[in-house]
Design a binder for this molecule. Structure first.
Ligand SMILES: [Zn+2]
Ligand SMILES: [Zn+2]
Length: 433
């Protein structure tokens, strides 16, 4: 090889490397500029989002009666230029943002309903509807979804694919998601992925989630027997038998909810005590009729499929006991879908958001939430892989604690900005990559 050829080859290599660098740099530029645009648009609409959130807060509507709320939502989405479908599963609303270019189809879900509550609200903009209050923060969840719709619409020209916005009624009753699905939601829209978030007690810049189960599975177990002279003994025996499935000691730190946020043993610690647990609520309900007696209680487990094995085991033990003849039935009288986050999508979402907004703001949970919490977002996940997030709404310095359903529940409204920024950027990342 002569030197001339060497020079040509070197020049070619440098040019090739340089081109590579330029195209990399351009990619980063496009991506970071779109996230900058997301943030600028969020800042631009932030004050209007607070006005919207307070309007929802002043006019709360309980599950199944979200008429005004859904009308306001439809109006907002139409003004953004989205295609809007109303009346899905009651007051459910879907907004469709079609970029006109082929690509992924991503859904974002928010819940709209408020709750019956006579506990006085701590904010100045109190509910006009007596006995009804947004004490779970669905006014904030809904406002964030409208904000995301606005931001995504503003970036439409740079994106490919479709974004669906699902506004769901009746989350508090755990019925709205299922009702919308049964009413043909997934015939109307066919998302590849679905995401949603809920206000939680963490600080306002923090989101948390975890792959697979996020909450313990929770069911009501009921054992019924023929009435007999031995009812007292049967009740004691059955309570003890069901309780034997519990694997947490009575003096465990597990029972103190404050430990959920503890840095060493809480949900965000790899050494969390909130994993591998099965619990049995000790408030058993006993019902006696002329012919039979039934004993029931809540049983929860963070262990996958654990509750499936409880019924046959119980049946076997009772059949081997002296009360075998009395046994009528063992069943779960309450079963519900449980949040199940897709492993890859969860990892991907935390990485994407962490890269743009700081890894310290994206917290991976290691344990499962005990005590029967959950979200009917789980029903969508039975059809479409997705991720459910907790978004912090607390500001401890200002004395604001966003613990849903707590009497002093309140939200630092800056979490609306966090939510719109993080989740708009997440959807952008899903659409451009
Ligand atoms: Zn709630
Ligand atoms: Zn809620």
């Amino acid at each position: 090889m002569n030197s001339n050829k060497k020079i040509i080859k070197l020049a070619f290599t440098i040019q090739f490397l340089f081109l590579g660098l330029v195209s990399c740099a351009q990619n980063t530029k496009v991506e970071s500029s779109i996230h900058k645009n997301v943030q600028e648009q969020t800042n631009e609409i932030f004050d209007s989002l607070i006005t919207i959130r307070r309007d929802f807060h002043v006019n709360p509507e309980v599950s199944g009666q979200e008429k005004r709320t859904s009308e306001k939502i439809a109006e907002y989405l139409l003004a953004l230029g989205l295609e809007v479908k109303t009346g899905i599963g009651g007051h459910g609303v879907v907004g469709i943002l079609n970029t006109g270019k082929a690509g992924k189809r991503i859904a974002w879900r928010a819940d709209m309903d408020a709750m019956h509550s006579d506990i006085p609200d701590v904010v100045d903009f109190q509910s006009k509807n007596e006995g009804v209050r947004h004490i779970c923060g669905h006014d904030v969840n809904t406002t964030i979804a409208l904000g995301i719709a606005n931001v995504m619409a503003s970036q439409k020209a740079k994106l490919a694919g479709t974004v669906y916005f699902i506004f769901q009624p009746s989350e508090e009753t755990y019925k709205g998601a299922k009702t919308m699905i049964d009413d043909g939601l997934f015939e109307t829209i066919q998302p590849n992925e679905i995401y949603g978030s809920h206000i939680a007690p963490a600080p306002t810049t923090v989101i948390t989630t975890k792959p697979e189960w996020m909450f313990a599975d929770y069911k009501i177990i009921q054992v019924s027997y023929k009435n007999s002279t031995e009812n007292e003994q049967i009740i004691d025996y059955t309570k003890e038998l069901i309780s034997s499935f519990q694997n947490i000691e009575p003096d465990s730190k597990f029972w103190d909810n404050r430990n959920l946020l503890d840095p060493n043993i809480g949900l965000a610690s790899p050494n969390t005590i909130f994993k591998n647990f099965t619990t049995v609520n000790q408030n058993f309900k006993v019902e006696e009729t002329e012919k039979e007696i039934s004993i029931s209680t809540y049983i929860g487990s963070s262990i996958m499929k654990k509750l499936d094995s409880v019924l046959p085991l119980l049946k076997q033990k009772i059949n081997e006991s002296k009360y075998a003849e009395n046994l009528i039935d063992i069943e779960y009288t309450l079963e519900r879908a449980n949040i199940y986050n897709d492993k890859d999508l969860t990892k991907n979402a935390l990485n994407s958001i962490g890269k743009i907004y700081g890894a310290e703001n994206t917290i991976l949970m290691y344990g499962e939430m005990p005590d029967g919490r959950g979200d009917d977002f789980a029903y969508y996940q039975e059809h479409v892989p997705g991720v459910y997030f907790y978004l912090g709404g607390s500001n401890f310095e200002k004395g604001i604690l966003s613990m849903p359903h707590a009497p002093n529940f309140q939200v630092d409204e800056s979490c609306i900005k966090t939510g719109v920024n993080y989740f708009s950027s997440l959807i952008v990342e899903r659409l451009i990559n």
